[in-house]
Design a binder for this molecule. Structure first.
Ligand SMILES: Nc1nc2c(c(=O)[nH]1)N[C@H]1C(S)=C(S)[C@@H](COP(=O)(O)O)O[C@H]1N2
Ligand SMILES: [Mo]
Length: 326
């Protein structure tokens, strides 16, 4: 399919080579610790049955270009943030409202066993065990991440299109939205009661947004299982929307015919809308959204319409007033 290099993403040759080096090192190092299911991500052509047998294969046999992108925008050529940055600057209010304290606060979070219940307006409601979700072919997606607070990162996720899961449960013709819910356990998340938001954390998408090929359920990053602080074991990633739409540690997905409530909209409806598409032309009431601070960089940079994914997603909103539907 089409090559997704945009002028804004053309990097100097040295940077590009660094990036290739990152991928080789990342994949080779990752392979040694991967489970069969995750290993399959590097060998997407392997039938599921072969995964266990080959999971101990030496790194040397890994293809140099594992699972080429099948959708525009799947992998930005921007240099990813470091693993350290991605895992020590987090928003996960159930554990802490201090971004640099989340990693430690979530350190003991228990995520096995884990079940994701998918129900509502579907023909085949099902409670999926996490082990089975990891048998779905895992793809690498390298996405920009733009927090509504004005900072951004580039994150190499693994996961699978949400559409694959929704297709399994067969949404009814009456389904128009998808609602998501985060696990909430007061014992494991004692600081949640000071978060200033209603818990459990809930989010939602329109069904066409949920079915878009760039919308993924992420199960890991940098070739490793999802760190607790990033939303273990499974979280949503919608790269053209503000980061808070990417709900973490999902236990429930419900297909509905009405727009579901969302946590930040309930907390401050005039500041956080249902859509929350990244838009440099629509400011937050208390700050500009025209530019952003990439973590690890010195200068702020302009924020891009739909976070740089306009070619892929703008058509979802044709005819809509994006200032009204912020
Ligand atoms: N359950 C839950 N999901 C959440 C949040 C949260 O506080 N609780 N924070 C959101 C916000 S504001 C952002 S920017 C991203 C941060 O994801 P990261 O820590 O993996 O970068 O998670 C989102 N998902
Ligand atoms: Mo955010």
């Amino acid at each position: 399919m089409k090559n997704d290099i945009k002028p804004s993403e053309i990097t100097p040759e040295a940077t590009y080579h660094n990036r290739r080096a990152f991928m080789k090192v990342g994949f080779a190092a990752g392979a040694a610790v991967l489970t069969g299911a995750v290993y399959r991500h590097f060998n997407p052509t392997l039938p599921v049955a072969d995964v266990a047998a080959s999971s101990t294969a030496p790194a040397a046999v890994l293809p140099s270009e594992p699972n080429p992108p099948v959708v525009g925008g799947a992998r930005t050529l921007l240099v990813p943030n470091t693993f350290e940055e991605i895992t020590h600057y987090n928003n996960y209010y159930e554990f802490s409202t201090n971004k640099s304290a989340v990693a430690k606060a979530a350190g003991q979070f228990i995520t096995t066993p884990w079940v994701v219940e998918v129900s509502g307006l579907v023909s085949k409601p099902h409670a999926f065990d996490m082990m089975d979700l990891l048998k779905i072919e895992q793809e690498e997606r390298i996405y920009r991440h733009r927090c509504v607070e004005g900072w951004s990162m580039v994150i190499p996720w693994q996961g699978f299109p949400l559409k694959k899961l929704l297709d399994l449960v067969q949404p009814l013709g009456t389904a128009k939205y998808v609602a998501f819910e985060t696990y909430y356990d007061k014992a494991q998340m004692p600081s949640g009661k000071y978060a200033g938001i209603e818990l459990p954390y809930v989010e939602g998408l329109r069904l066409d947004e949920a079915m878009h090929p760039l919308t993924i359920l992420a199960t890991g990053l940098y070739g490793k299982p999802m760190p607790n602080q990033n939303g273990a074991p499974i979280r949503l990633v919608v790269p053209w929307k503000y980061g808070f739409k990417g709900i973490k540690s999902i236990v429930k997905i419900t297909l509905t015919d009405t727009q579901p409530p969302t946590t930040w909209n309930k907390a401050a409806a005039d500041e956080y809308g249902f859509y929350s598409n990244v838009n440099p032309n629509v400011d937050h009431p208390r700050w500009s959204q025209a530019d952003e601070q990439r973590i690890g960089e010195y200068k702020r940079q302009p924020t891009l319409m739909f976070n740089g994914y306009a070619d892929e997603v703008a058509s979802l909103y044709s005819g809509m007033d994006l200032k009204q539907n912020f």
